[in-house]
Ligand binder design. Structure first.
Ligand code: ADP
Ligand code: MG
Length: 583
């Protein structure tokens, strides 16, 4: 990192960073030295787990928080992005947080890391979201930015970012049609993208925001339980957490060797061991693969693309590392897969580049990015047969290119009615009650026999996911913006909450390494018993004493020794050696 830290600033302007706010991991990037540069966190790692934990009055974010999933599960939250845009409340100790507030802590940490990396303050970000995110989820992502002290003018769909990164990275300029397969921890996004010269156009997107690598972890755990006769719900909490961690580890090991095998060991009133191969995993995960096929086929169908027309398939997201997933895709699409570097970093690279575009950097200014509407937007119309179940009348259909503006005319359905209520829905179902209601708008019309008076309804949807509805009758025109309906928060509320959240201290960045070690030690302590547990306790107290002396050098030495010790503990646990230790 010898580069000039100020090089990124354009004429003294503040830098805009790009953030891949993931369900499992998050990562920030900037446009730097004519390429997207990934920003390491205080631990020198690129991925920061999207995990938040409360420790007294302090908030922990990232790996230290992730360690506490095992030692302090009730104070720790993960995978909250799955609930973005909902009213779910996480109670961590005495504090309550919404998913967007938890996300704001992750964003704040990434912002700090970026500021250290760039050597200058950062106040604006472009954030990527799954293409499948609906309006509520998109607004929640923006509010999360605001709550982290970041201006967020742009959101970008993750697949668009990934495609962008690939093109720029490989200096590819020929025309091609690609399928972007983004398989993360909690979401699957599949898109068909057409690229020519400097234009990237998304033809169709399809996805499932409830399908990801976590599901493989769960299936591995199910297999373990079936084979050992144990039940996850009945396990001691620390064993349950350890099982989860081991299942994920298994999955990663199997991504390294198609013919390898991996083992899970658990001590719960006896020692239980379980062996897994890729073959066994494929059999157990059939429902996941079927679901993947549904999503892939829909993207192809919506874009009227036959598999043979695909020039390549871009692998994106951590779960795309899985050999079983790659093999399945090859079989399904019969086409070349492209892994452009580690797939879990690709989206962030793209968002970093996009942040550069937003900054209007000379070197990439020409690039044009078109996006599509990820879902259908429409209004409710009368269902004569079953008046309680209104039909959805689409105005802007899924996969329309954005920004998009469309008008439809609707007529009165009752004799001499004087008002028309326009109910706005989003979703793919024929019936409104199965779609998401965004809100409604009522307009007066002159009294007349049914079918005579009408209104023009114009929907305008932009790339930031804001829907403007304009309703025009002969007597009046009304306009309404649909952004925050699902979880409305006024400007004052945001400011008040911003103050409250900013008052919460996020654990100091420069002490992060120490904090991680302490959290790791607590996790090891929770996982072990007997004399090893005592040794951990002794070592931990020794380390705390050294920290208390506040001397830079002795702290560093103590940290190194303590880390080595914990490595040994983890190693011996993996080797199952400590079972003998207890004797
Ligand atoms: P997200 O975008 O959802 O935050 P990521 O793209 O970081 O997630 O992917 C996280 C998922 O990828 C997790 O389920 C993790 O277990 C899985 N993963 C990461 N690396 C590997 C690997 N080498 N093999 C198998 N799975 C992996
Ligand atoms: Mg992702």
């Amino acid at each position: 990192m010898e580069e000039n830290p100020y090089e990124n600033l354009v004429n003294g302007q503040m830098a805009i960073i790009g953030i891949d706010l993931g369900t499992t991991n998050s990562l920030a990037a900037v446009w730097k030295g004519a390429r997207g540069a990934l920003i390491p966190n205080s631990l020198g790692e690129l991925l920061t787990p999207s995990v938040v934990s409360v420790d007294g009055d302090e908030i922990l974010v990232g790996r230290a928080a992730k360690e506490r999933l095992i030692s302090h599960p009730s104070l720790t939250a993960s995978s909250f992005k799955r609930f973005m845009g909902t009213k779910k409340v996480y109670s961590l100790g005495r504090k309550n947080f919404t998913p967007e507030e938890l996300s704001s802590f992750v964003l704040r940490r990434l912002k700090e890391d970026a500021e250290v990396f760039l050597g200058s303050p950062v106040d604006e970000a472009v954030i990527s979201v799954p293409a499948y995110f609906n309006d509520n989820q998109r607004s929640a992502a923006k509010r999360a930015g605001l709550l982290a002290g970041l201006k967020v003018e742009r959101l970008i769909n993750e697949p668009s970012a990934a495609a962008l990164a690939c093109r720029v990275q490989e200096e590819e300029s020929s025309s091609e049609r690609c399928l972007v397969f983004d398989f993360g921890g909690g979401t699957l996004d599949v898109s068909v993208v057409e690229c020519f010269e400097n234009v990237i156009e998304i033809l169709a997107i399809s996805g499932n925001n409830r399908l990801g690598g976590d599901d493989f972890d769960r299936i591995i755990i199910d297999c373990f339980c079936r084979e050992t006769g144990l039940s996850l719900a009945a396990l001691a909490p620390e064993n349950a957490a350890s099982l989860l961690a081991q299942a994920e580890q298994c999955k990663r090991l199997l991504s390294e060797d198609a013919n390898g095998s991996a083992t899970i060991l658990l001590e719960e009133g006896g020692i239980f061991s379980f062996n897994l191969t890729n073959k066994k995993l494929v059999e157990a995960a059939t429902p996941i693969f079927n679901e993947i096929a549904v999503v892939v086929r829909r993207a192809l169908q919506d874009s009227e693309t036959r598999p043979l027309q695909l020039d390549r398939v871009l692998l994106v997201g951590g779960s795309s590392n899985m050999l079983t997933v790659q093999k399945y895709l090859e079989g399904l699409l019969r086409t070349r897969l492209l892994k452009s570097g580690p797939p879990e970093l690709l989206v962030a690279r793209g968002v970093g580049i996009y942040a550069g575009i937003k900054e209007r950097r000379e070197d990439i200014r020409d690039l044009v990015l078109t996006d599509v509407c990820p879902f259908t937007l429409g209004v409710a119309v009368r269902n004569k047969e079953d008046p309680k179940r209104s039909f959805m009348s689409p105005i802007i259909e899924r996969n329309n290119i954005l920004p998009s503006s469309k008008t439809h005319r609707y007529f009165t359905a009752s004799e001499y009615q004087t008002q028309i209520e326009i109910e706005v829905y989003q979703g793919e179902s024929l019936y409104c009650d199965e779609n998401l209601k965004l809100g409604s708008l009522t307009i007066n019309v002159p009294s007349a026999p049914k079918g005579v008076e009408g209104v023009d309804v114009r929907f305008t949807y932009d790339i930031n996911g804001i829907l403007e509805v304009e309703v025009r009758s002969d007597v009046k025109t009304m306009r309404k913006l649909f952004v925050d309906e699902g979880n409305p928060m006024s400007q004052e509320e945001i400011e008040r909450r911003l103050k409250e959240l900013m008052a919460l201290k996020i654990h100091p960045r420069d002490k992060e390494e120490n904090r991680l070690l302490l959290a790791r030690a607590e996790r090891c302590y929770a996982e072990t018993s007997g004399s090893l547990r005592e040794q951990i306790s002794l070592a931990l107290r020794h380390f705390l004493r050294e920290l208390g002396r506040q001397e830079e050098r002795s702290t560093r030495n103590a940290r190194e020794r303590f880390a080595k010790f914990l490595d040994q503990v983890d190693w011996s646990r993996d080797q199952n050696a400590y079972f003998e230790d207890e004797g």
